[in-house]
Design a protein around this ligand. Structure first.
Ligand code: GEK
Length: 247
């Protein structure tokens, strides 16, 4: 049997598709996901590694650490390896059955019996309690813009002052020319990672109405509005950034 973490190359958009269709996190995407995200998101490995470091600094004993839209559980793995409070509960939530299945196999293989709770469900519906750390790595961008404030309010109200949200997102820039320039640089990055022009174009079309990026300013203003006292970007590579927000 193929190991869950064996790197399977993403070739989902390599052949001309008659109908691109909307991008969904189905079985095919889940199967190639680690390769896809590593070759598509500049800075991904750094953000995941630092997620563990930041989480370990802010984790409170007896609290919960949530990874919302956990996919294969890469952030949870990073946290589990850095954290030294055995009383913290690590919880991963994803609404893709295929992803939760992969996360379960991946975490079992990498962590053995370490207790991580995985839940299949929509992060808009799940209850959050006593969260010292909430991780939203590249997930908020898939939530309809109108629902983002509600979700962030719920996250904030599950936290105490000093707790932390790590929010990683693709950004858009207010200056249209600079925005186009960074999009070109991102496409160059993908070419360097071995994606063809056809793959880049077809993936872009499939994500068009599914992944909706916002500006740094929009994120910062909304995070302040929902009650985070301080927030800003701690890492950025091209048009992909990670923000830290302190409750
Ligand atoms: C990583 N954080 O490896 N409820 C629950 N899950 C959702 C929802 C929702 N409403 N919408 C999307 N997802 C991961 C990568 S991928 C980012 C996150 C990407 C899930 C979806 O099923 C997928 O697994 C994840 O959010 C987004 O750091 O593919 O660019």
């Amino acid at each position: 049997m193929t190991k869950p973490s064996a790197p399977i190359r993403d070739e989902l958009f390599a052949e001309p598709l008659t109908q691109t269709g909307l991008f969904t996190f189905n079985e095919a995407v889940a199967g190639v996901f680690p390769d896809m995200i590593n070759r598509s998101v500049p800075g991904y490995a750094t953000v995941i590694a630092m997620t563990g470091v930041l989480a370990a600094q802010h984790a409170r004993p007896d609290s919960a650490i949530y990874d919302l839209g956990c996919s294969w559980g890469a952030s949870l793995l990073s946290v589990a390896r850095k954290i030294d409070h055995p009383s913290c509960q690590l919880i991963g939530i994803d609404n893709s059955e295929a992803m939760v299945k992969r996360a379960r196999l991946n975490l079992q293989e990498q962590l053995g019996d370490h207790r991580v709770l995985l839940q299949e469900g929509d992060i808009m519906d799940m209850q959050l309690h006593n969260a010292s750390v909430v991780i939203l790595n590249y997930t908020l961008q898939f939530i309809p813009i109108k629902q983002r404030e509600t979700l962030l309010k719920r996250i904030r109200s599950a936290m105490q002052p000093g707790d932390v949200l790590i929010l990683s997102e693709k950004l858009t820039l207010p200056d249209p020319q600079l925005n186009d320039y960074l999009i070109d640089l991102h496409h160059n990055f993908k070419r360097q990672q071995g994606y063809s022009d056809l793959e880049i174009a077809q993936k872009r079309q499939a994500l068009e109405d599914v992944l909706i990026p916002e500006t740094r300013q929009q994120h910062v203003e909304r995070l302040r509005q929902v009650g985070f006292s301080r927030c800003d970007i701690w890492f950025q590579c091209l048009n992909f950034a990670s923000l830290i927000a302190i409750a």
